[in-house]
Design a protein around this ligand. Structure first.
Ligand code: NAD
Length: 270
């Protein structure tokens, strides 16, 4: 079902790698709601090639940008304004990567070069993107910026490793930058704290299958899917949520406020 919620709105969507990506589903949903956008991802992700399919489907252009590169971001923003024919109404930051996780380094045995690189990609890049948008005055009033996060920022999930720290930083940046973006430009900044979701980034976490089924059994409404996340993101990009800002919004079927569920009790009573 579409409601034309984003008719006439323009934006940038970071992080669509393949059809499982949360950003991919969001791009499809934004398109269905009448929004137009530029797709971007790291140049290395482009070589995998699938994003072209999404661009064709949604009538979008692709501009490669490494979210840690100042030069790439400046180029991305100035070209996007040109291509889209005006300032932006929405931006999705859907980027995450831990080199420690990827290389199998335990949290108690971090390689700090990996830690720094992962933090730069997963957390500082959110500040970088916003600082560039802010300085270029690239956002329209009542625009909306959303980044994706996970509850390991508040509670310990041992195998989430240094991504937990990156997400805590990311959520803090949303509040801090949200203040200035709100005051100066009337732009919203929020993070969505999403259920575990079967994507390339998600499945990189050790024991992910057990983790996702545990969350499913703990959540009264079940896990939120990537598609559900796309729907929620559209609501945050729309004009229906203009006073929501500087929030970390749990989108997890109720997991974050559940102490224990009947299903989990039954498993442990066997
Ligand atoms: N999958 C989950 O369980 C889950 C849960 C909560 C939050 N999230 C968050 O959702 C977001 C999207 O992840 P996903 O699950 O869709 O996985 P994904 O692997 O499809 O997306 C991650 C994206 O980050 C991009 N990326 C990596 N390095 C980059 C760089 N230097 N510059 C630009 N882009 C770069 C990748 O190319 C990829 O497109 C991430 O922030 C992730 O932490 C995921």
């Amino acid at each position: 079902m579409s409601y034309n919620l984003l008719k006439g709105k323009r934006g940038i969507i970071f992080g669509a790698l393949d059809e499982n990506s949360i950003a991919w589903k969001t791009a499809e949903r934004v398109h269905a709601e009448g929004g137009t956008f530029v797709l971007t991802n790291a140049p290395v992700a482009m070589r995998m090639g699938q994003i072209k399919e999404l661009a064709d489907k949604t009538g979008s252009e692709i501009i490669p940008a490494d979210a840690t590169s100042q030069e790439d971001l400046e180029n991305l923003i100035s070209k996007s304004l040109e291509i889209l024919g005006g300032k932006l109404d929405f931006v999705l930051h859907s980027i995450g990567m831990s080199i420690n996780v990827r290389k199998g380094r335990h949290y108690t045995d971090e390689n700090y070069d990996f830690t720094t690189k992962g933090w730069d990609i997963s957390a500082l890049s959110f500040h970088r993107v916003m600082q560039n948008l802010y300085k270029a005055d690239a956002m329209n009033e009542w625009g909306s910026i959303v980044a994706l996060t996970y509850m390991a920022a508040q509670r310990t999930f041992p195998d989430y490793n240094d991504m937990a720290d990156n997400k805590a930083y990311l959520e803090s940046v949303a509040r801090s930058f949200g203040y200035f973006f709100g005051k100066e430009k009337k732009v919203r900044v929020n993070t969505i704290s999403q259920s575990p979701t079967a994507t390339t980034a998600g499945s990189g976490v050790k024991g992910f299958d057990g983790f996702i089924s545990y969350a499913e059994k703990m959540s009264p409404l079940g896990n939120a899917t990537a598609q559900d996340c796309a729907d929620y993101t559209v609501s945050l990009f729309s004009d229906l949520t203009r006073k929501v800002t500087m929030q970390n919004l749990f989108h997890d079927g109720g997991f974050s406020n559940t102490g224990v569920s009947q299903e989990v009790i039954e498993r442990f009573s066997e």
